[in-house]
Structures are given as C-alpha cells and as structure tokens.
Design a protein around this ligand. Structure first.
Ligand SMILES: [Zn+2]
Length: 260
C-alpha cells in the first residue's frame, strides 16, 4: 500500500469565507492577503494504491469554470493533477469525494478520471441536486449529469484500508476518510480541517452549512487524532499539507510530518 499527496490548482478566497469568526488580527499572523485582500489556497489530494487499485481522494478544480469564476477565484495551475497522473502513468479506478464543491469534485470529468467510479454520501448527492441561495455558488452545475456515482450512507468500509465516515458540517453530506497505512492512520477530513490553522475546534469556515455539527465532529476527530498519533491531511494548506496533532483538544499543536 502506498499513499501520496498530490496537488492540483491553487485559488483564492475571501478571508471572511475561509476564517469565519476568526479576527484578522489572529489569522494574519499566519496568512498574507494579496492585493485584492484574498488568501491563496492549495488543493492537496491523496492518491492511495492498494492491491493494484488506485483511489484518488478528492480531485481539485478541473477545467470547467467560466471566465467569471476563474477571475473571482484567481485560479492558477489548472491541469496540475491530470498532468501528474499522466506522467506517472496511473489510471484512477475510483474517486472518493469528501463533498461535491467545485474545488473537490472539479476534475471528475477529466480524461484521466473518466473511467473511475465516484463515491459520495447519499445526502451530498441530494444537497448537490437541490441547491439553494446559500449553497449554489459552491457546486458546479455541469456535474449534475454525473452518472457513475456510487452512493454510500453513513460509515462504510471501502476496502483497501479506507473507511468513510459521514460528518456533515461543512456540507450536509460531507465525509471524512480514515486510512490505515503501514501501522499508521491517515485522516483526510476535507474542509472540516482545510488548513493546519483550522485545527482549533471553533475555527470553522463561514461556508459551513452546519457549523455546530462541524464543531462537535472536529472535537471528536481532534481527540481521536491526538490519542492515536494519526496524520492529518490539510487539503487547502500550501505550507503544511500533513501533520500530527499533540496537546489538548481546545488548542492542539501541529507538528508537520511527511507521509512518504
Ligand atoms: Zn474546499
């Protein structure tokens, strides 16, 4: 079994959306806003190989945004993931989506992923097909025609050492993945922990549709990760993609580690 962190395009978000209630005085110690006042996020994904089966966890942005959205989100480096997969000669068998926001599901129609099965929570598939004024901007409508979706519900053992757990919080159908690799657990908890800065339980994005659910689930995951020495993956963190947590649940400390 091997686990690799891959990255796709980068993009920018308004700090208000990304840091929620956290004041600028706090987040600006760790992040620098650009000339438009926005902060840049990466898209860190996981490639898991087990028994010859290649699983990709989340997919990045993909080449599907119109000019207007590309401008708003300042997207750079489109095609990074697909270029890397081509150069590695890897064919992806299945894609696991933490949720269906554009920066996670955007590449599922790319040629390199077209043959893969896409695994999402039932509730996420529903939320995606029934968007409202609050959620519409985060989902790409062209994905509505996705046919090769495999829907799961709640917690599910997906084989290859990967377990999916429905979390809700960021979206109603958001899920986290727990991967057993070489005696160590790796946790990919999507946008509940977009960066190492967001390890504080109350540091929740303003996009979360169920912030109190996020709070409860984050505390649970933090406690679990500290106790087990699990490696956390921060999918939007440009400088610390993977780390272990120490200390206590209220103010966990982050120690960067590599999973390779
Ligand atoms: Zn995201």
């Amino acid at each position: 079994m091997s686990v690799l962190v891959l990255s796709d395009a980068t993009f920018v978000l308004d700090p208000g959306a990304y840091f929620g209630i956290v004041p600028r005085e706090i987040w600006s110690r760790q992040f620098q806003a650009d000339e438009r006042g926005k902060v840049r996020l990466s898209t860190n994904l996981l490639l898991v190989e087990s028994g010859g089966v290649h699983t990709l966890i989340d997919t990045g942005i993909g080449p599907w945004m119109g000019e207007k959205m590309l401008g708003i989100y300042g997207v750079q480096g489109l095609g990074t993931l697909t270029g890397r997969l081509r150069s590695m000669g890897v064919r992806i068998d299945r894609v696991l989506l933490s949720h269906m926001h554009f920066d996670h599901a955007g590449n599922i129609y790319s040629e390199e992923l077209i043959h893969s099965t896409v695994v999402v929570q039932r509730r996420e598939r529903y939320a995606f097909s029934r968007t409202n004024e609050l959620t519409r901007g985060s989902y790409l409508s062209h994905l509505a025609s996705v046919r090769r979706v495999s829907v799961i519900e709640g917690s599910s053992n997906l084989g290859g050492g990967i377990r999916a757990v429905h979390t809700g919080g960021h979206t109603v159908g958001h899920q986290a993945f727990f991967i057993e690799s070489g005696g160590r657990e790796i946790i990919y908890a999507g946008d509940l922990f977009p960066s190492s800065f967001h390890v504080r339980p109350g540091y929740i994005t303003a996009i979360d549709v169920e912030p109190l659910v996020s709070l409860t689930v984050k505390k649970k995951i933090i406690r679990h990760a500290i106790r087990r020495g699990s490696i956390m993956v921060f999918n939007h963190d440009p400088s610390t993609p993977t780390a272990v947590l120490t200390g206590d649940e209220e103010r966990p400390k982050v120690e960067a580690v590599s999973i390779e």
